[in-house]
Design a binder for this molecule. Structure first.
Ligand code: GTP
Ligand code: MG
Length: 305
């Protein structure tokens, strides 16, 4: 939790213009209307979206009307409170299967979102509870098997893969069967990157879902969109499209460590009300953390944990 806060804060501080620095720079002064405008611009730049920015700024403005001595730090606290309220309910958990079937986590998303890295990070977290299988269902990209094989080797996790070009749904079937036979508690399926606007590629996801459901009608228990925070507001359209064709149960937001565009997750939550399960804060296996509203909201406004 502390690390989410710290990393996110560092990420924001690093971006062009230093969004966080701008807000934190106001902490010890009495704010004026120009400062409120600066907060507004900073939040818009970070892709918080018009509705969220309006809610935050009007809360600060009404406090400023009441108290002309309002300090920047208090304004930031008000902002963090409003943001936390907007995100109320956004923390979520992975769902587990009933009985002895593996609990399936199927990761989907556009090219380069961070699916494979996230699959590995999840395998590390879930493997600690006993028994995880990584399923290499990206049979499309040439080097996909090598990449996930290397992660599995490093983490000491069991991997099920098939040949490059094989049917992804058939691979998902094999992965499930292997996880079940091996008594694994979790099955984490990596899938190929696909553009949400390509119907045939989205259809492949529906096929994976159908095939898994033949083994266990409740599988996949988790249909998770992996989304790159640096895409900002573009990610909302993506999330909507994946949700429509795949019926998402949650979202994992990656690359929150290196972007000033981390605001889009508020927009996604506002619109789709899908839980944000984890956030990616770096490229290493240990850089995946549970989403924590308080740490995120305080990080955005440069406040202490
Ligand atoms: N800084 C940072 N980099 C990340 C994070 N997650 C993934 N990456 C990097 O993003 C790049 C793409 O990650 P992949 O996991 O290969 O993405 P993918 O979605 O599997 O990509 P495709 O399979 O090609 O669609 C890699 O260089 C990762 O190291 C994160 O949370 N933070
Ligand atoms: Mg991949």
């Amino acid at each position: 939790m502390l690390s989410l806060f710290k990393r996110f804060k560092e990420g924001l501080a690093r971006t062009a213009g230093g969004a966080l620095g701008k807000i934190a720079g106001l902490f010890s002064k009495k704010i004026d209307p120009a400062d409120i405008e600066l907060i507004e611009e900073t939040l818009l730049e970070a892709d918080f979206g018009y509705d969220t920015v309006r809610d935050i700024v009007s809360a600060i403005e009404s406090e400023f009307k009441r108290d002309k001595e309002l300090r920047g730090r208090r304004a930031a606290e008000i902002g963090a409170e409003v943001l936390a309220r907007i995100l109320a309910g956004a923390e979520g958990e992975l769902a587990e299967a009933e009985g002895s079937n593996p609990s399936v986590v199927c990761l989907v998303g556009v090219n380069g979102a961070g699916k494979t890295t996230t699959a590995a990070k999840l395998a590390k977290i879930l493997g600690a509870g006993g028994g995880v299988v990584l399923g290499a269902c990206d049979t499309f990209r040439a080097a996909a098997n090598e990449q996930i094989r290397e992660w599995a080797r490093r983490l000491g996790v069991r991997l099920v893969e098939s040949a490059h070009g094989a049917d992804a749904a058939a691979t998902a079937w094999d992965c499930w069967a292997a996880a079940k036979a091996g008594g694994a508690k979790w099955l984490v399926l990596d899938t190929a990157g696909r553009l949400h606007t390509k119907e045939n590629l989205m259809g492949e996801l529906a096929k994976i879902r159908r095939v898994l459901a033949k083994n266990d009608p409740a599988a996949p228990q988790n249909s998770v969109l992996v989304i790159d925070a640096s895409l900002g507001s573009n990610s909302i359209a993506q999330a909507r499209a994946f949700h429509k064709s795949f019926g998402l149960t949650g979202i994992i937001v990656t690359k929150l460590d290196g972007t000033g565009k981390g605001g889009a997750l508020a927009g996604i939550y506002r619109e789709l009300k899908l839980p944000i399960l984890y956030v990616g804060l770096g490229e290493r296996a240990e850089d995946l953390q549970k989403f924590n509203i308080r740490a995120y909201a305080n990080g955005v406004f440069g406040l202490e944990q």
